[in-house]
Design a protein around this ligand. Structure first.
Ligand code: M6R
Length: 625
């Protein structure tokens, strides 16, 4: 949610090789998935007019293009700059509310990701002191607050003023600030919202996440909560809010920039769906031994600790929540442990009953979703053991947890989660089987059979992916339908929820997912001739009941599209259209059954001429509550 970036190269004869403007613009393009309501940048240096040059644009998904047009008069050799791509929280998505925000003098510019909760109280005070505000945002208060501290204690310089300002602030932030009077310096800080930094070729830079600056280095530093960094050309120094020096944690990343390119696909979502078999295979790699056992060496919880668990909680949001729901069936069935699953934003505020024998699993692709990260922190504070499933190495959540199980899907740029969702289901199923292994709740023969089935999943996902044309043809038939009901039972239920979420988030069509058995308790009132019902009807122990529920909607005039196992003519008899998938052991079926529903949503969005990677009102990583 909002992306920030900054680079300082200095302007003297030793100035770094990087062009400040190029780095900002390229970085913003890679951060755009975090929000695209507006984009803006500010640069400082001897050649900038008055020492400061600022440009902003707000034109929805075209904001960055407009910003780039606006940079044609940019000064040639600025020494430092900061940039921002916005997902609007406080204030409309217009140019006036776009970042960077300036102070009253126009000498200071600031970008921010997060929410300043006490901004009204602070701005009232600053307005009384004579400050003039120009935007409707919560962020602008930071620019004026830093300005007031800098005016009161100029000897403390920009970093000192930022430290004092942040001491007064409640909420979440990652910020970057430049000042015309100190044009080689960027001051950055964070609390909750992510920020990484790097140094190379006489430059220093920062960003909300790794892909934005991956072209510049593979070695990063992670700024921790309530730390303030001063970036100068070729160096970074970090202190606490009290000014005590600290060493930031290093992070080495193996990915390369190719992972963040479209590789000939029309959009990232298509590319990332295509990568699903590999994401599944890589997430299984080295964890499944040929002798039929599972190893989770990287999960730093002992078998004794796993055995002491009496209850499991899964906390997550969106598609990660749906992956968690699928895990509930697997953990309860195989490891015989009770599992509660909670929407992360609800968990934190409802006084959950957890203790030292509770395992709380936080599931998050980004590892930065604030609802989930706060739920995980709450669980830890309550004494639970916390395990995080994250796709981003060393993400905030991974750092907070007692143990981490990484999905290995590679960077996901498209706003709609696809390959990471499949990898999450796999990681959770691995964990479920591991719990069963240490608790000895499955016989070796049963475990062996399941692990064999698991090993075959990458090929089956690849087979499901090959049916793209057939899925597209079905989407074409329902192109003008305004609303869709997605139904499933047992593990088909979370698949239905995920299918509905994919369709609504990228096609803007009304789509709701329900447990098929619940339909007759109310939702069936929505069914009328022409209603499209998409049912997950692959073979599970409740297949007959699912088919009976489908008959109920069909008899009321619904058009029925069913996800069915290859060759299952009996299921096909109940459908107007079939999305065929290979069969597997029923608790693994979600990994395969969700694939045609992702492709269906993708086709539908394309047929409606929509930008699947940048759906309206959304951002890839939600770092505000
Ligand atoms: O990074 P996370 O997995 O924590 O993100 C959670 C949700 O915001 C995310 O899954 C969202 O629902 C996706 N847009 C779904 O496609």
């Amino acid at each position: 949610m909002c992306g920030i970036i900054g680079i300082t190269t200095g302007s003297g004869p030793e100035a770094g090789d990087q062009s400040v403007l190029d780095v900002l613009v390229e970085g913003l393009a890679r951060l755009e998935y975090r929000g695209y309501d507006s984009a803006g940048l500010a640069m400082v240096g001897p050649l900038a007019a008055d020492g400061m040059w600022r440009v902003r644009a707000a034109n929805g998904t075209r904001s960055l293009d407009d910003l780039i047009k606006g940079t044609k008069d940019a000064p040639g050799h600025p020494s430092a700059g900061i940039g921002h791509t916005r997902w609007a929280t406080h204030g409309r998505p217009n140019e006036g509310n776009a970042h960077p925000h300036a102070d009253c003098t126009g000498n200071l510019a600031l970008v921010h990701n997060g929410i300043i909760e006490n901004h009204l109280e602070l701005s009232d005070r600053l307005i009384d002191d004579g400050h003039h505000f120009e935007s409707e945002t919560d962020t602008e208060v930071l620019a004026h607050l830093v300005e007031s501290h800098l005016a009161a204690r100029p000897d403390d310089r920009l970093a000192g003023a930022v430290r004092l300002a942040l001491g007064e602030v409640r909420g979440a932030f990652s910020i970057a600030v430049v000042h015309a009077s100190d044009p080689d310096v960027i001051v950055a800080a964070r609390r909750v919202s992510p920020l990484i930094m790097g140094v190379s070729d006489g430059a220093a830079f920062l960003a909300s996440d790794i892909p934005a600056i991956l072209g510049l280095t593979h070695d990063f530093f992670i700024l921790d909560d309530d730390q303030v960094a001063e970036l100068r050309p070729g160096s970074i120094s970090v202190t606490t809010l009290d000014g005590d020096p600290v060493e930031p944690d290093p992070l080495h990343v193996e990915w390369d920039l190719d992972a963040a390119r479209k590789d000939g696909f029309d959009d990232f979502m298509a590319k990332e769906m295509h990568e699903q078999p590999k994401a599944v295979a890589d997430t299984l790699l080295d964890r499944l031994l040929p002798d039929g056992t599972l190893v989770l060496d990287e999960v730093h919880l002992t078998n004794e600790e796993f055995r002491s668990i009496t209850k499991v909680f899964v906390v997550a949001c969106g598609s990660s929540y749906h992956a968690g729901l699928m895990a509930k069936y697997a953990i309860e069935h195989w490891a015989r442990l009770p599992v509660e699953i909670d929407i992360a934003s609800e968990f934190r505020y409802r006084n959950p009953v957890v203790d030292g024998n509770t395992l709380v699993i936080g599931v998050s692709q980004s590892g930065e979703t604030v609802d989930t990260s706060q739920a995980v922190r709450e669980a830890k504070a309550l004494g639970a053991k916390v395990l995080v499933i994250s796709n981003v190495v060393d993400s905030s959540m991974a750092r907070d947890a007692d143990a981490v199980l990484y999905t290995r899907a590679g960077p996901e740029i498209g706003v709609a989660a696809t390959k990471t969702h499949l990898a999450q289901i796999i990681a959770l199923e691995i964990l479920a089987l591991y719990l069963a292994q240490v608790r000895e709740t499955l016989s070796p023969a049963e475990a062996r059979g399941l692990l064999d089935a698991m090993g075959a999943l990458p090929d089956k996902v690849a087979e499901a992916m090959e049916r793209g044309d057939a899925v597209h043809a079905v989407a074409e038939r329902y192109r003008t339908s305004p609303s869709f009901l997605f139904l499933g039972r047992h593990v088909g239920y979370p698949v239905a929820l995920e299918g509905a979420l994919k369709l609504k988030e990228i096609s803007y069509l009304r789509a709701e997912g329900f447990p098929a058995g619940e339909l007759k308790h109310g939702p069936i009132a929505l069914v009328e001739p022409g209603t499209v019902v998409v049912g997950v009807a692959t073979r599970t122990p409740v297949w007959e009941k699912m088919i009976a529920n489908i008959a109920e909607v069909k008899s009321r005039g619904a058009s029925v599209v069913l996800v069915a196992n290859d060759g299952d003519v009996e299921t096909a008899r109940h459908a107007d259209d079939v999305l065929w998938v290979p069969a597997t052991e029923h608790l693994f079926a979600p990994v395969i059954d969700v694939v045609p529903l992702q492709m269906f949503a993708h086709s539908m969005a394309r047929l409606h001429g929509l930008d699947v990677d940048r759906p309206r009102n959304l951002a890839k990583t939600v770092t505000v509550e």
